[in-house]
Write a protein that binds this ligand. Sequence first.
Ligand code: IPM
Ligand code: MG
Length: 357
Amino acid sequence: MSKKLFVLPGDGIGAEVMGPAVEVMQAAADLVGCKIEISEGLVGGVAIDATGEPLPAETLAQAQAADAVLLGGVGGPKWDDLPMHQRPEKGLLGLRQGLGLFANLRPALLFAPLADASSLKADLVSNLDILIIRELTGGIYFGEPRGIEQRENEKVGFNTLVYSEAEIDRIARVGFDLAQKRNRKLCSVDKANVLEVSQLWREVVNGVHKDYPDVELSHMYVDNAAMQLVRAPKQFDVIVTGNMFGDILSDVAAMLTGSLGMLPSASLASTGVGLYEPVHGTAPDIAGQDIANPLATILSVAMMYRYSLGEPGAAEAIEAAVAKVLAENYRTADIDDGQDRQRVGTGEMGQLVINRL
Ligand code: IPM
Ligand code: MG
């Protein structure tokens, strides 16, 4: 039986990096003899332009029926002035919610040849391999009440940060499970010195820890975690945190690896379809120039083979091909440190990876 893969290129460079990523997806399938069936849909700004909505019902239905979804990115200046509920980002948030994708895995792994592209000194990041697990369907992103309203003589904007025991419990378990498969160190990041939500978060995480006595658990406030990530990132193995802290810390972690253009992600539900996307956005400033780095999306395809398609061999082959291309000195603009590298564009980088598969 063939696997149904649903592709959502989206906006800006999201659409651009998708071409090479889909080719890599097909090449890896052929390599391991996995039958795949690829269909494409609309989300974000392009969906707004075509249908008036950032997440057409048809898109959500197709995503729900797929084995895995690969998404490029959503958003751009063209849609920035739309009301909140009609913005492209709502398409992505609606997909996460509609598919129950509560666990977002964002690995920050440094490919050795990129040590000099990092904004940190090479010895601080050499062999860096950390995994940020971000809760993705709760917290302040989805909490109610929310809005902007007139109160007395001024407008007030408000959002709600809320986590239930069950939501914390299930994301904590993902953290402990994955830590068990790595170096058995889990750091839970919160703001328990100020927020009640974080006090409950800590209590629940400590409770779940009883089921994982072989994992070393630590807690860290988010401000300190941001500082430690740029001071001594190798102290971390797995980090588990809430939606907004995870959004922010994963951008920091991405930069340690040389570029936001290198970081893939997987968003998983308790059962059913997984969604894979690069951590970077749509980069409107460089869209349409064939200079965007497709590797974050290509590495997201590797994660798709590992977590949704049960083909770890295909995942490893893709990752090895990416490592090889970097070792051979090929660089897109974002990871070019100026040390005599071979500068390539989006399409060419994809082709180089395919040739080495
Ligand atoms: C991310 C992005 C999204 C988020 C935006 C585009 C809604 O920044 O996936 O990190 O905030 O979750
Ligand atoms: Mg983000």
